[in-house]
Design a protein around this ligand. Sequence first.
Ligand SMILES: Nc1nc2c(c(=O)[nH]1)N[C@H]1C(S)=C(S)[C@@H](COP(=O)(O)O)O[C@H]1N2
Ligand SMILES: [Mo]
Length: 570
Amino acid sequence: MGQHDFLEAQLTHADDRVRLSKWLPPQWGEMPRVRIGGCWYNILWLIPLGFLFVVIGIPLAQELRQLQSVQSFIQRYPGQTSVPVQYVGFPLWLRVQHFLNLFFILFIIRAGIQILADHPRLYWNRDCTPGTEWFSFQHEVPADRIWTAKDDSVTLPSWFGIPGLRHSIGLARWWHFSFDLLWLLNGIAFYILLFTTHQWERIVPQTWAVFPDALSTAIQYLSLRFPVEESWIRYNGLQLLSYFITVFIAAPVAIITGLMQAPTISNRLGWFGRTLHRQAARSIHFIVLCWFLFFIFIHVTMVFVTGLLPNLNHMFAGINGSGPQGLEMFAAVLVILTVAWVVASPLTINHARTVQKAGAFFIGWLKGLAEWTDPNTQYTEKDISPHFWPDGTMPSSAEFEALAGGNFTDYRLRVDGLVEKPTVFTFAELKAMPKQEQITCHFCIQGWSGVAKWGGVPVRRILEIVKPRPEARYAVFYSFAEGGEGGRYYDVHKLENMRHHLTILAYEMNGAPVSVLHGAPLRLRCENELGFKQVKWIEAIEFVADFAHLGAGQGGYNEDHEFYGYRMPI
Ligand SMILES: Nc1nc2c(c(=O)[nH]1)N[C@H]1C(S)=C(S)[C@@H](COP(=O)(O)O)O[C@H]1N2
Ligand SMILES: [Mo]
């Protein structure tokens, strides 16, 4: 029996569904808080603030409307900007797209908040030093023990997040990204149809009068004497601006800041990736979410209070009138949405492997394409993060303890499988090889990132020595450590990743030997993949033609047990 059969035998099969008894136990965070200056404010303050706004705003607007000057202002700017009316009503394509948009965005939002709960803190700085966040729904990081990013993740109720379980980001990402793609396609079709018909004039302001018009409409709404309603043919200034912001600013910003959180894309774009770094992108992505939530809340409220039946007739039935048709169609839509809402989480938990495979089918291949880029962003010494979150499950075997006790002088790296020259490297031999140093950013799937200087042996040097055979397509990294559910941690990389000039086996971090916490004696750096593929505590590397026979066959421990994707440049 070869050495690798022994390692392979220690890989575990995994269930195709989430077994709650093996999963991370639930942990509830705190009410979301925002830091402004040095003070933290609970977001529940928004309720009394909104109440105050209404009880002060309404009489104030009513008083204003008594003023002669305000009256003439409203007369001059009644709310409807002077848009030429070239269209009437809402065509079928627009109504169908409106429904699809509603359907997709609900899933995007639920799964997006689930993703956020995996690292429930937001920062403006590039590093993720605890205590520097501006938004959080988790307690302070305990100072008296090792606190990994996984320890930090919190549970959401499963009617809210998808699937609601703690650290279910792997599954939430499939939902988020698959629906992102559908939403993007719907959005592209929407842009095209808007601009090939006159419908764009509804939501793109064409004169500066839109601003006084918006102000006038706001005063009129707030005073509870509503402006003239003529949505069937055109929108008022306030509608125009809020639709414009949502369609032409918020949506593209959401997509850009989403993509900028990906290692490959960020590391590909040089100064842009360094400036709109992952934490800034993540914070802005969240602010766009807040805009969408605010928009949805106001939009739905206004649909109700400005004439529910005609409004629903416009957008669902496509007719101008006060009959019940629109309401009936809307009721059917609500039934569809409710059923989809209710089944999403249980379906994800009970058929996790199916969700993973369906996601890979929908979007995995597209994400994988990003591997073709050539990430090369490097940082400078002063960018090095003061705090670098640890993540993962520490090694605990007696064998590893003994090696660590001896400062790894007895450590050997075995590299074999489909190679011409299987080789066992001593630690001294590895360190005697030309050392490569790089200052790069680490992107953990959970959302945190950190810049560190890594020093080690380029993997392409190892390849030159062991010479993979032509049929070798993947490199398997076996760790000394187990994964969270037991069984050995491993991960599989494509050979192309291993040839990249920034792929190294690091034994130094920030100029000192890598600590055991961060992966001593050797840990992988592969700068176009997410953090979980950077195997720590490497025991052996095996070259294979296929990985279906390893573990549960998904290409790594997290892929098997946490339903992550195997190619993860995004
Ligand atoms: N063997 C092993 N390697 C691992 C992990 C693990 O659990 N076991 N966690 C991964 C994850 S999820 C991340 S984000 C990085 C974290 O590296 P760090 O602890 O140096 O920050 O290591 C990766 N390598
Ligand atoms: Mo991670």
